[in-house]
Design a binder for this molecule. Sequence first.
Ligand code: MRU
Length: 351
Amino acid sequence: MTDPPGGNGRSIRTLEWTGDALRLLNQRVLPLRESVTSITQAEGVAHAIQTMVVRGAPAIGVAAAFGLVLAVRNAIRKRLPWREEFRKAALQLRATRPTAVNLFWAIERMRKAAEKLPDEPEGAAYHLEKEAMAIYDEDVAANRRMGANGAKLLKSGSVITHCNAGALATAGYGTALGVVRAAVAAGKKMHVYVGETRPVLQGARLTAWELGKDGIPCTVMTDSMAATILQAGKAQAAIVGADRIAANGDVANKIGTYGLAVLCRAHKVPFYVAAPVSTIDPAIRTGKAIPIEERDGREVTHFLGTRIAPDAVPVINPAFDVTPAKYVTAIVTERGVIRPPFPGGIRKLFR
Ligand code: MRU
């Protein structure tokens, strides 16, 4: 079967469960190397999430779910009580990255599934593997529905995106890039301006690679060029993913997203957020309560291992920022598109 126009991200295997191991496409080294890491221990999955071998809110949730399956499998092998090993692995996985709620959502879903299982370990491992596979499959399905819902918002032309919210950040197809893929499949002529996304360069390294694989035209720019592109009327919309959305519609996403949203408002360009319902955290009232991960300052002071800032200069490195809901034109989910005022729309999604 040939791929539809715009591709479907199928050729990109972000995560793959072999039945014994979790295989991850190492996102630290893309696009220079396409290397796959095979992981058989829950600690290995936690390390891969923390070091961003796997990254992107939905992808880290799926990886954590398989990490818990590995914990139970290893407990059986070592004749240890599986519930205790599951609990320890869940704690370790929860401590990897604080902002993306999908991680906690997936661990909680696995915990609830585990709670209902009998103590017999083989049966438990079998059911937990099925639950992790369901989380994986549902993510791809949600992204496809999100694509269909969001494609209607885009007209032929150029959109700006930030970070990577594509197949690489999910189990497949992508959220923001899924919407672009669906628009291309619907016959629209799309071009994407890709913000490089300092400091880890998810845009320049990952989004540009992913779009190139599917033949979607794109242009990489530094993050600071978005203003000039918008001022020149070269982009008709912006679309990004999210790591956590509060009950009032405030959106935590990769650092730099907030600035882009403000620029879009200044230039009267719609700013769209595409995210599955698992990214919405109804327990958090506003974005102020979203925990923001502070990462190692070397991501800022070093470039490809070489120091570029003076020795010992103070540095900050918040990995995410919060875009207030007032700058968001619409949130695209698998259950439909919601527009301001967001609190009511978000409540309806959970009914
Ligand atoms: O630090 P990262 O690369 O995990 O951050 C990822 C993002 O900010 C994405 O935009 C977000 O997770 C949405 S992915 C569908």
